[in-house]
Design a protein around this ligand. Structure first.
Ligand code: PMP
Length: 312
């Protein structure tokens, strides 16, 4: 259990991590029929409190992914938020950032891989420590994946299900083979979609541009957050539309965004430098700073996105 919390939440019960097992006979169907979330909780030194960031929005999306998977969980978003707060509080740590993985999977042991409509879903929530890289000058390199994105009409990107991640893994391995950190997937129409575990945005002539969800992009909570912050805090115009591969090569700035990626500036695509090819552009830096202040609760303006966790 190295690195994991001492406890795990499963179907309404906090139990020791070691005891939260599933039977090997359920692995096949439970991996085909499983949806998950990745959520961050950030320590705020100004408020001396840990806050789940947009926790309820993530739980809502988990329930939507399960609904689209025709499974039936017995908890609602509020119950899952309360469960997470209890689990986070059990760490009894101050000053640490914690990652949260809530997930749901087909309950029971079935012989068939493809469980029928209405199968009950188990829900588990696990947590571990992570280190935020916000504001540390981190950058990455990108490569357009030689594997196209899976067809959005056949396997919707709006379902955050484990089975969608085979395609992501092929892209990761392909990018690594070409010396890049992350893949960028094109859909079968040649439009830019997203990376394997994050969304993409570019800056061109002072405007922020990000692919539309209908091109096959997860309805990312970080993407929603940054669109709003870019408009409200930085006064930027934001275009959500189809994006061509060539626009990547001609962009002034590019960054990845997601719960784990946070705001991750890209310095090249397919070996072509973006900006000075070494550091984040100005707009990206401003967006990263804004996201940092928001998740660390430096201002009160976005308090509705923050779920406080009291550690006493
Ligand atoms: N796209 C994919 C494929 C992802 O796995 C993630 C991470 N959940 C994202 C985008 C970013 O989503 P979010 O901002 O909600 O973490």
């Amino acid at each position: 259990s190295a690195g994991y919390g001492r406890l795990i939440w499963r179907n309404g019960v906090l139990m020791p991590w070691e005891e939260a097992t599933i039977h090997v006979s359920s692995v096949g169907h439970a991996s085909v029929s499983a949806a998950f979330e990745g959520v961050h909780s950030y320590w705020s030194s100004t408020r001396e409190t840990l806050h789940g960031f947009r926790l309820r929005d993530h739980m809502q999306r988990l329930l939507e992914s399960l609904r689209l998977s025709w499974m039936e969980p017995e908890f609602d978003a509020d119950a899952l938020v309360a469960a997470t707060v209890e689990l986070l509080a059990s760490w009894q740590t101050t000053g640490k950032d914690l990652h949260i993985r809530p997930w749901g999977f087909a309950a029971g042991t079935h012989r068939q891989q493809m469980v029928p409509r209405g199968t009950p879903a188990e829900i588990a929530i696990e947590t571990w420590e992570f280190e935020s890289k916000l504001g540390q000058g981190r950058t990455c390199t990108l490569a357009v994946s030689s594997w196209p994105r899976f067809n959005h009409g056949a396997s919707p990107a709006s379902m955050k299900v484990f089975s969608n991640y085979h395609n992501g893994r092929l892209g990761n391995i392909d990018a690594a083979a070409r010396g890049a950190d992350w893949p960028i997937f094109l859909n079968t129409n040649g439009h830019v979609t997203e990376s394997s575990g994050s969304c993409i945005a570019l800056v061109k002539r002072g405007r922020l541009v990000t692919p539309s969800l209908s091109d096959g992009v997860l309805d990312s909570i970080t993407r929603r957050t940054l669109i709003q912050l870019a408009q409200e805090e930085l006064g930027l115009e934001v275009e959500t539309r189809s994006v061509e591969r060539t626009e990547l090569y001609l962009a002034d700035e590019i960054f990845l965004m997601g719960t784990s990626a946070e705001v991750l500036p890209a310095v090249s695509v397919d070996g072509i430098p973006i900006g000075d090819g070494k550091t984040a552009g100005e707009v990206t830096q401003a967006i990263e700073a804004c996201y940092h202040d928001t998740v660390r609760a430096a201002t009160h303006k976005y308090d509705e996105w923050l779920t406080p966790v009291h550690l006493d």
